[in-house]
Design a binder for this molecule. Structure first.
Ligand SMILES: Cc1cc2nc3c(=O)[nH]c(=O)nc-3n(C[C@H](O)[C@H](O)[C@H](O)COP(=O)(O)OP(=O)(O)OC[C@H]3O[C@@H](n4cnc5c(N)ncnc54)[C@H](O)[C@@H]3O)c2cc1C
Ligand code: SF4
Ligand code: SF4
Length: 426
């Protein structure tokens, strides 16, 4: 580690698309970078999307390009299961403390999967938003980087952990691994810790958590994905019936004084995109209804919006539903509200409801060990007095394209600091 952590190192915190971009841009300018990610894999929430709007391509394309750049660059040191606990000093000269959680699997792992086959214990699968369970010895997802398994701490000290160790022919399982603490020098810090879905259970009238067939948009991405809990079949959770008649409810938690005040900017596009997943799955039998206040599809996304508007399988209802009820016998959902174009009351029946859930910053409520200035929604403001440079969704609800632009800007600011520090040293 000491070979890379010098007084001219850039520390990037968060290994989603923004953190990876910032790290790569700086490293490709010749700077030394440490990329610290708290989960066992890079990729962030982008890796959990089924397809990207507007082109409907798979996230694998973009992530794979970044991973190839990363593998070929010796200037970046990736540290997973790592969090920053302390930042001391001043811009150009920081001392940073990192806490590294044990993976219980070392670098000899070939990702053969024998340990997962041997272990019977299961845990909720956070990479499918807990819609299913996975083995307690696991690879987070198909695109995980590093391609190295993880042993969940819950099976430590049980016969299950011994089964995993015995199954590994490569000596990769190390049950004695301990949490480590490390203090490093860094000249600049980029904060790219991204976003989290708003807690849908707090939107009480929609019954999330009470009604099995009310899902969030992030869960719906997993439902449509062949690597997801249903193998890519859009089935409703209550009875595994094919969900062909789906309600998409916009602004679920966003633009609401009781929840998130801001517009999450992405969720209109996400729902427009998701109607096309339904179309792809069920052809002419697909019926999607978007309940909206207004559709926010900016710049080049306008064309995609028009394309979806022309789809006969997609209906638009200008209304924010007041509440959802569940028909106990059938499991169907009944949406109640008023259509604000005709002022008609409706009670509309659907197989499934998808809440276009708001995006809230991961920094909100998190213990960021640095002086940061947040806007009224908790996103980082990039002000000169901040210790860290914000990047991507840590600074606002952004799509991937804008996250990459924001991360590139953060990398440039960090490079300027390193260059100044280098000049001062020489
Ligand atoms: C339903 C939905 C669908 C979407 N679909 C699209 C789409 O089709 N096209 C598109 O362009 N955009 C889409 N988006 C937006 C896209 O998800 C974001 O643009 C993207 O995730 C931003 O990446 P990020 O790296 O800024 O944040 P994230 O993806 O959130 O990554 C942040 C990373 O930081 C890590 N982290 C968090 N806290 C810490 C910490 N304290 N220390 C270390 N690491 C930490 C996290 O584990 C994570 O890996 C969608 C969003 C939603 C809600
Ligand atoms: S830990 Fe061992 S058994 Fe498990 S995937 Fe890695 S190499 Fe295979
Ligand atoms: S992007 Fe659309 S759904 Fe999301 S908060 Fe803004 S208006 Fe509402």
């Amino acid at each position: 580690m000491q070979d890379i952590a010098t007084s001219q190192t850039i520390l990037v915190v968060g290994g989603g698309v923004s953190g990876m971009t910032a790290a790569l841009e700086a490293a490709e300018c010749g700077k030394q970078v440490i990329l610290a990610e708290k989960s066992p894999t890079l990729g962030g929430r982008t890796a959990l999307l089924y397809r990207y709007f507007p082109k409907l391509c798979h996230p694998a394309c973009g992530l794979e390009i970044n991973l190839r750049r990363l593998r070929g660059n010796r200037n970046v040191r990736v540290m997973t299961l790592t969090e920053v606990t302390k930042i001391d000093g001043r811009r150009g000269d920081y001392s940073v403390t990192l806490r590294i959680a044990p993976r219980y699997v070392n670098e000899r792992c070939t990702a053969c999967g024998a340990c997962a086959e041997a272990v019977g214990a299961e845990i909720p699968n956070p990479w499918n938003y807990n819609l299913n369970r996975m083995k307690a010895a696991y690879l987070p997802h198909a695109m995980a980087y590093p391609q190295r398994y993880v042993l969940d701490a819950s099976i430590l000290g049980t016969p299950e952990a011994e089964k995993a160790r015995a199954a590994c022919k490569h000596g990769a399982i190390d049950l004695d691994m301990k949490e480590e603490t490390l203090t490093l020098k860094a000249a600049a810090v980029i904060w790219a810790t991204g976003w989290q879905p708003y807690d849908a259970a707090r939107i009480q009238p929609y019954g999330y958590g009470r009604f099995a067939n009310v899902l969030t948009s992030v869960e719906f991405e997993r439902l449509a994905d062949p690597h997801g809990p249903t193998g890519g079949r859009i089935l409703r959770p209550s009875d595994a019936k094919e969900a062909k008649n789906i309600a998409f409810i916009q602004c679920a938690g966003s633009r609401d004084e009781n929840h998130l005040r801001h517009c999450s900017r992405i969720c209109c596009m996400a729902s427009l995109k998701q109607t096309q997943f339904v179309r792809e799955a069920y052809g002419d039998a697909a019926q999607s209804t978007i309940y909206y206040i207004d559709i926010r599809a900016i710049d080049r996304f306008e064309d995609f919006y028009r394309k979806v508007q022309a789809d006969k399988g997609v209906k638009f209802v200008k209304s924010k539903p007041a509440r959802i009820e569940q028909d106990r016998a059938s499991g169907d959902l009944i949406l109640h509200g008023v259509d604000t174009e005709g002022y008609h009351r409706y009670a509309a029946r659907h197989d499934l409801a998808v809440l276009a859930i708001g995006m809230q910053p991961s920094v909100r409520g998190a213990d960021v060990p640095a002086e940061v200035i947040e806007d009224s929604s908790g996103f980082l403001e990039n002000l000169p007095e901040n210790t860290v440079f914000g990047a991507g969704c840590a600074t606002g609800a952004l799509d991937v394209n804008r996250s990459v632009q924001s991360a590139t800007a953060a990398a440039l600011r960090a490079i300027q600091v390193v260059n100044r520090a280098a000049r001062a040293e020489s």
